[in-house]
Design a protein around this ligand. Structure first.
Ligand SMILES: Cc1cc2nc3c(=O)[nH]c(=O)nc-3n(C[C@H](O)[C@H](O)[C@H](O)COP(=O)(O)OP(=O)(O)OC[C@H]3O[C@@H](n4cnc5c(N)ncnc54)[C@H](O)[C@@H]3O)c2cc1C
Length: 515
């Protein structure tokens, strides 16, 4: 078998990689050991940045229809509400998706799988990677189809994407160190039907000395995800059942509650680990195969989706002969620092929320609610929190792909996610994100009208020109005179310039030509 890319693993990361490669008409094979998509809810939240990717793919409506918006986040202690954050529209004016959106992992996988099938592709289920070799030009992947155990297949591919999760066979085969550690506390998750007097749009985090519990409302009547740490009394107990924990949960939250039905339950250890290179020759590591961390902040699945979104267009341009390996190298340059930041960020939240040290406990119990009550009422602070947790804040401004030649004093720079600006589209005010949906670069020409004549001929198929007026939205961002933004296919600004010429655009593409 021969293909351009082989994707190992059809979890959210692998499915996103496959859908993105399909957008660029790249030939690929995607395999997974499982017989079908997972039914475990696992990750719960979809960040605004991931929603923007779904919007670009034309599938975001389904998330909004079948998901649940969380409009309040409350901290409880001993049955009392100590601090509340109104999260409804917290990101208003920053993105088309200003809410905290719950949409379970299995639904994300279903959505991506449906999208993949709509492009005429499918996953090879019950198929595992056993081993592989690589040389300068190709990867040789030995795969094995469980329904035909005597048939081992060798797939020759230009690239291999390791989307095979936390126990990645690819990572082990490459003998990569998965540096980091394992948290002492064990974690539990339970998807339940719960009757209590709380509104269905309110996420509750309940803190106590012995353990931490969070109650996530999910789509449907009284469906909740309860997650938390096991109290110390469970140390060394291997076979914890949900019945063993019911009293612990009731004791923690100290609110009357009635759990009617258990849909899924799991106890697991949490790790915080990361490889130190996301690329080894022709193999790339993405999602949990490359980095794992605590679920604090709901970033896990989303980071895998964004890894795939970052890498796919780069592979496509190399395979289409427009770029060289320098471009694919920037996958590590851009995503590794984010993973490092994420590990530190989730580590500190997790340590603070679950630490059993008496000093941390006192700060968490008495000081934090006071501080939170003060800061959460400040819109500026809630917006900043939204920007971080929704992953729209991150910039690749130190990437070699970010170039700028500007004299104007702008509030954004090359490497940033494309600015969120409302403009008139088909007579309606809409965000410019509605115009950034093609599987190519978009050249936004602000305050000027450009046609294809200004573009190097050989790059015409890879760039779409979008002419926009300088309106109030752009003026607020400092735009005074004509400006050009060459927006990458993942909607980050590659090139930012006051002037444009065929030579400038060619020069930009030439920067990632070499190997
Ligand atoms: C119990 C639990 C609860 C979680 N809760 C949260 C949460 O609340 N919030 C959050 O952000 N994250 C949570 N996570 C983490 C989140 O689920 C992961 O970050 C996410 O699944 C990563 O996606 P992935 O596609 O990279 O890996 P995975 O989802 O692990 O997918 C990897 C895929 O690769 C396949 N595979 C593995 N080896 C091979 C092989 N050799 N050949 C072929 N296929 C292979 C597997 O079958 C699997 O389908 C949770 C995880 C668990 C286990």
């Amino acid at each position: 078998m021969h293909t351009q890319v082989i994707i190992i693993g059809a979890g959210p990361t692998g499915l996103m990689a496959a859908c993105q490669l399909a957008r660029f008409n790249i030939d690929f094979i995607i395999i997974d050991t499982k017989p079908a998509p997972t039914h475990e809810s696992r990750a719960m939240l979809v960040t605004a940045r991931s929603m923007e990717i779904y919007q670009q793919m034309g599938i975001v409506d389904k998330v909004q229809e079948q998901g649940n918006v969380i409009s309040k986040f409350a901290i409880y202690m001993k049955g009392r509400e100590k601090a509340t954050l109104q999260t409804a529209e917290a990101g208003y004016g920053l993105t088309d998706f200003p809410n905290v959106q719950a949409f379970e992992q299995f639904k994300n996988e279903e959505l991506l799988y449906e999208q993949l099938k709509a492009t005429g592709h499918d996953v090879l289920w019950r198929t595992s990677l056993i081993s592989f070799e690589q040389n300068e030009d190709l990867v040789f992947a030995n795969i094995y189809d469980k329904s035909d155990p005597f048939r081992k297949i060798v797939v020759k591919a230009s690239y291999l994407l390791a989307c095979d999760g936390a126990s990645s066979v690819v990572r082990q085969h490459l003998a990569l160190d998965f540096a980091g550690g394992t948290y002492q506390n064990k974690f539990f998750v339970a998807d339940v039907q719960l009757n209590w007097q709380q509104p269905l749009n309110k996420l509750i985090a309940s803190l106590s000395r012995s353990n931490f519990c969070a109650f996530f409302p999910m789509y449907g009547d009284n469906n909740y995800r309860i997650l938390g740490t096991l109290p110390e009394s469970f140390a060394g107990v291997d076979d914890v059942s949900f019945d063993d924990l019911k009293d612990v949960i009731a004791e923690n939250i100290k609110l009357p509650l009635n759990i009617n039905k258990l849909n899924w339950f799991s106890v697991y250890k949490l790790h915080h680990r990361c490889v130190d290179s996301f690329r080894i020759n022709r193999c790339f590591l993405l999602g949990d195969a490359a980095h794992i961390h605590s679920p604090a902040g709901g970033q896990g699945m989303n980071t895998g989706l964004q890894d795939a979104h970052n890498l796919a267009w780069k592979l496509a341009l190399v395979l289409q002969g427009v770029a060289g390996e320098k471009l694919t190298d920037t996958y590590h340059t851009e995503r590794y620092p984010f993973a490092q930041w994420l590990l530190k960020f989730t580590d500190s939240i997790f340590a603070f929320m679950t630490g059993r040290n008496w000093l941390i406990y006192l700060v968490r119990t008495y000081l934090m609610p006071l501080v939170l009550r003060m800061v959460l009422s400040k819109k500026r602070i809630t917006r900043r929190m939204f920007r971080v947790l929704s992953q729209i804040w991150y910039s690749y401004k130190n990437s070699p792909l970010s170039r700028q030649f500007i004299k104007q004093n702008l509030k954004f720079s090359a490497g940033d996610r494309c600015p969120y600006v409302i403009t008139e589209i088909d007579g309606q005010p809409q965000s410019i994100y509605h115009l950034l949906t093609e599987a190519k670069f978009h050249l936004l020409c602000i305050g000027t009208n450009l046609d294809g004549g200004q573009m190097p001929d050989h790059l015409l198929p890879y760039i779409k020109i979008v002419n926009l007026p300088i309106n109030e939205g752009w003026q607020k961002l400092g735009v005074k005179t004509s400006l050009y933004l060459l927006v990458r296919p993942d909607n980050y600004i590659g090139l930012l310039s006051d002037e444009i010429s065929p030579a400038l655009i060619s020069g930009y593409f030439d920067t990632f030509k070499g190997n």
